[in-house]
Design a protein around this ligand. Structure first.
Ligand code: S3P
Length: 171
């Protein structure tokens, strides 16, 4: 039976992939990680794609993948933090799924990504870049109807809240 997708959106380091894994186990729907698919298809890391082809090229690949995935069902989709930049991405995903935005404070995000050097948009001084980028994108994340403030919550608890929402929120 076809089931609505669960689509996780949110800034880098808000736990989309970790929570997505738990949701995938609990719902028996496969986890589809957008960044991993793009890396596999292009044969390069996200960092290299940004460095060699540039961000607009990446955003275009992201847009095409949203069209493809939103036309399918029964998936837990972990998105890249920048998909909110194009509102069409969110409206496409909302047609076939429950879209949830995970929120976290700049300090928490910094703690989680401090030792990660795979994210091209956080390759400089992360303590400056994170609050700046969060501010630039705040309106986009806030515009999503379902949001979870993940502060102090374990990934399992976040997943449980999403499953509850998924059960009760039928279109
Ligand atoms: C990006 C987030 C990354 C990745 C790319 C750009 C962004 O994904 O898509 O580095 O613009 O916020 P994660 O949110 O999974 O880190």
């Amino acid at each position: 039976m076809d089931k609505r997708n669960i689509v996780l959106v949110g800034f880098m380091g808000t736990g989309k992939t970790t929570v997505g894994r738990i949701l995938s186990e609990q719902t028996d729907m496969p986890l589809v990680d957008m960044d991993s698919i793009i890396e596999e298809r292009v044969g390069k890391s996200i960092r290299t794609i940004f460095a060699v082809e540039g961000e607009p090229y990446f955003r275009n690949l992201e847009r095409e993948l949203v069209k493809e995935l939103s036309a399918q069902s029964t998936q837990v989709i972990s998105t890249g933090g920048g998909i909110v930049l194009n509102p069409e991405n969110i409206s496409d995903y909302e047609k076939t799924g429950l879209v949830i935005c995970l929120l976290a404070s700049a300090d928490e995000i910094l703690n989680r990504v401090l030792h990660d050097d795979t994210r091209p948009l956080l390759s400089g001084d992360k303590a400056t870049q994170i609050p700046q980028l969060l501010k630039d994108r705040q309106l986009f994340y806030e515009a999503i109807s379902h949001k979870i403030n993940t502060s102090g919550l374990a990934p399992k608890t976040i997943a449980a809240q999403i499953i509850e929402l998924y059960k009760t929120n039928n279109p």
